[in-house]
Design a protein around this ligand. Structure first.
Ligand SMILES: *Cc1c(COP(=O)(O)O)cnc(C)c1O
Length: 427
């Protein structure tokens, strides 16, 4: 295999039909941003939209804006836009609360439904390497429902499906390794074993094509601030299959999920459909910003949509792996993400035999922003250097330059400087 050179990457960018989408974003000079899987970049449209919502709609419209500016409809409107990205029908998905809180709602509903049908099912199955908040919420609900949470090794969840399993809770793309589940196949296996599925789409919504209805999934939740570019703390989303949505109320029975919130009756009556998964008043400023973020993804629709974004994402991550193999083989690095693109999301993790945190800090000091995820040492998990490849705003040449910078950091050993090893509160 011949080594790719920088001019080859420049040529790939010149031929890239998605290249104009980058213009939608504010990206600082001198920065290569490989962390859109943790916090998406800022769309240019967001600042003026939020300014309009603040100065005009709030400042001038005041409380009238709930009606006149359509604030009250925004959770459903933005939900309908996200629905197009994840294979949901209109009015099946709504934007509200955080991913953690939405997981609480759907896991509680799923346990109630599963156990009404089969009370002997007491087990929630998830993966030890799932994102911790998902495991913490599941632990809390397992205790409340008299159930157990059982954690299996990554990729082994289907093996654990037996007649005691109520719910299978999986994140479609693992936040550390980037490994991707086949949603349709795993859902079919769960259903064959009599279990319901909850899919966390935090690292897949906006990153790859998803077909929730096509996969016959049961419940899904996802994050607004990663590939949907909604901004820090953006609200999250929740989807429930039509066959389940009206069967049970969700446990956080707030007034916005009521059938008639503005009648102000003392008794709770859940709304029909996904609106019952709303709880309190929407965080309007954040929701307006998320609307701009989702629009930045929908802007790819005339250019081939999620399928085209996925092709570019795979091209970028394949290029990264190829350059790491060709240029960094002298260093103690290993690709920890599946090399088969069909089995990975839009990120690549590298194992490094040394102080990976310091390497990432040295990269950030040089304008290449990735991140570091520590492994569970008690289980022998490796520390990972994590690099996300957001096809909306990254170029092939960015991938080339990032690998080049990583090579300089490793060749020079500059990462050993004490300055790089100081840890911030957020990694
Ligand atoms: C990012 C992420 C979350 C985030 O949850 P918050 O409630 O927004 O903090 C949850 N689950 C997974 C799998 C994630 O990757």
């Amino acid at each position: 295999m011949t080594d790719l050179q920088r001019p080859d990457c420049v040529a790939l960018d010149a031929a890239d039909p998605l290249a104009p989408l980058r213009e939608q974003f504010v990206l600082p000079d001198g920065v290569i941003y490989l962390d859109g899987n943790s916090l998406g970049a800022l769309p240019r449209a967001t600042a003026s939209r939020v300014q309009t919502v603040v100065a005009d709609e709030w400042g001038q419209g005041l409380i009238r804006s709930w009606n006149t500016a359509g604030w009250i409809d925004l959770p459903q409107q933005v939900g309908n836009k996200i629905a197009r990205l994840v294979g949901a029908a209109p009015d099946e998905l709504v934007v509200t609360d955080s991913t953690s809180i939405n997981l609480y709602k759907v896991l509680s509903a799923a346990l109630t439904i599963a156990r009404a049908d089969a009370p002997q099912r007491r087990v929630i199955v998830s993966e030890r390497e799932n994102f911790p908040t998902d495991l913490y919420i599941a632990q809390s609900l397992a205790a409340q429902h008299g159930c157990q949470l059982e954690l299996v090794e990554q990729g082994r969840a289907v093996d654990r499906l037996r007649d005691d399993v109520a719910v299978l809770l999986l994140t479609q793309v693992n936040y550390r390794s980037g490994a991707l589940y086949d949603m349709a196949a795993v859902t079919a296996a769960a259903h064959a074993a009599g279990a319901l599925t909850i899919w966390d789409l935090a690292h897949s919504a906006g990153a790859l094509p998803i077909d929730l209805n096509g996969a016959q999934a049961d419940f899904a939740i996802g994050c607004g601030y990663k590939y949907l570019n909604g901004g820090p703390g953006a609200p999250a989303f929740v989807w429930v299959h039509a066959r389940h949505v009206n069967r049970v109320p969700q446990p956080l029975a707030g007034w916005h999920g009521h059938a008639a919130p503005f009648v102000f009756t003392p008794d709770y009556q859940p709304a029909a459909g996904i609106a019952r998964y709303l709880c309190g008043t929407p965080t309007l400023l954040s929701l307006a910003a998320l609307d701009c973020g989702v629009d930045s993804v929908l802007a790819a629709e005339p250019l081939g949509g999620m399928q085209a974004l996925r092709r570019k994402s795979v091209a970028l991550s394949d290029l990264f792996i190829r350059l790491v193999d060709a240029r960094l083989h002298a260093h103690p690095l290993a690709v920890a993400t599946p090399r088969d693109a069909r089995q990975r999301g839009s990120q690549v993790a590298l194992r490094f035999d040394g102080d990976g945190y310091a390497v990432v800090q040295a990269l950030i000091d040089r304008g290449v922003i990735g991140d570091f995820r520590a492994g569970d040492k008690t289980r022998g998990d490796a520390d990972l250097l994590r690099f996300g490849f957001t096809p909306l705003y990254l170029r092939h040449v960015d991938v080339f330059d990032a690998v080049q910078t990583l090579r300089e950091v490793l060749d020079s050993g500059v990462w050993r400087d004490a300055r790089s090893a100081r840890k911030g509160a957020v990694t």
